[in-house]
Design a protein around this ligand. Structure first.
Ligand SMILES: [Mg+2]
Length: 334
């Protein structure tokens, strides 16, 4: 029985008991005052439980539909205007990819068929990395220089508060960014975070893999597609860690290509588009997975016949121009 049915039954029972109590109160002398008080206390308790349950149902009901609980939380699903986005699921995508792959053939014009996957926010959930680094800062000597009540509040930051950036996590946890003390601690934590987040070690330590992501990549590999991992991570600092991470979560590595950014100053969208163009020159691109609208736009225009997919995890929200070509969007690989 689900919560809603249970709640309906409870409400019916409560109405019966309220009626019984009213009758009991009208029968003077029929029952002792203690008995009536006991009955009333019990009824009040059930009433309270019923209110709590109603609140719980109303909260979970929000999540029955695409949620917008906080404009900057990780579940925020803003999307660019004037884009042709078709929401779909993992199974349907597999058939679109299979069908596109059959159209092209595994080798065509001397070019092999490939599928491209971004890493952060597409295959890996980096929110755990941010939270892990924040917790590490909490146990650093630097932390002890800040007011205790403020640190107590920061201790309350949990996984569900983590958004696209550290400041989102602070805001989502209810820290007032107009407060200079809060800003001072944020700037300090951010400095620590920046050093760790891109160090090529914390990603192996903390990142989680999205459910079904590895199985999905394997499905593509077994279909005969060459796997290309294309990420804006720094080649110099993060290549070794990225290999270890892919291995850790069982992603296919044999015959796969891993492309990282050589010059980290290059804008992500520019880097991705250029890399994608280079891949398209050597291969037939069957599909492409990204979590950033601003990145995928140039890739779609480079090869509009590929199956382009936005993984709806979190994104920067950077402004992006209209896109008339269709992109798919999935909530999960599972
Ligand atoms: Mg990404």
């Amino acid at each position: 029985m689900n919560n809603k049915n249970l709640f309906g039954l409870l409400e019916d029972k409560l109405t019966e008991h309220r009626e019984a109590l009213r009758e009991l109160n009208s029968q003077y002398g029929a029952r002792s005052a203690d008995y009536k008080q006991g009955f009333e206390d019990a009824l009040n308790l059930v009433n309270k439980l019923s209110t709590d349950l109603a609140r719980e149902i109303s909260v979970s009901a929000v999540y029955d539909h695409p949620p917008h609980p906080h404009p900057r939380s990780r579940t925020y699903r803003s999307e660019p205007a004037e884009w042709w986005i078709e929401d779909t699921n993992s199974d349907s995508l597999k058939s679109f990819i299979a069908s596109r792959s059959n159209e092209i053939g595994t080798v065509n014009n001397g070019k092999s068929a490939v599928i491209v996957f971004d890493l952060d926010g597409t295959l890996f959930d980096v929110g755990h990395r941010t939270l892990g680094i924040l917790k590490r800062w909490m146990s650093s000597p630097e932390c002890s220089h800040f007011p205790k009540p403020l640190i107590k509040k920061i201790e309350g930051i949990g996984f569900n508060h983590i958004g696209y950036s550290l400041s989102h996590a602070f805001e989502n946890a209810g820290l007032d960014m107009r407060n200079p003390d809060v800003m001072e601690v944020l700037v300090t934590v951010e400095r620590f975070w920046r050093k760790k987040f891109f160090d090529g070690e914390t990603l192996v330590e903390f990142d989680a893999v999205y459910t079904g992501a590895s199985e999905f990549v394997w499905f593509c590999k077994k279909m005969g597609l060459k796997i290309v991992y294309l990420t804006g991570r720094s080649h110099k600092v993060m290549h070794a860690g990225t290999c270890r991470q892919l291995e850790k979560f069982g992603f296919p590595l044999e015959d796969a290509e891993l492309i990282l950014k050589l010059n980290t100053v290059t804008d992500d969208a520019v880097f991705k588009e250029e890399a994608f163009r280079a891949i398209a020159a050597k291969h037939n691109i069957v599909g492409n997975f990204e979590n950033e609208y601003v990145n995928i736009r140039g890739m779609v225009q480079c090869e509009p016949r590929a199956v382009h997919v936005v993984v709806d995890s979190q994104h920067s929200g950077r402004p992006v121009a209209a896109l008339p070509e269709k992109v798919y969007r999935i909530q999960s690989f599972a």
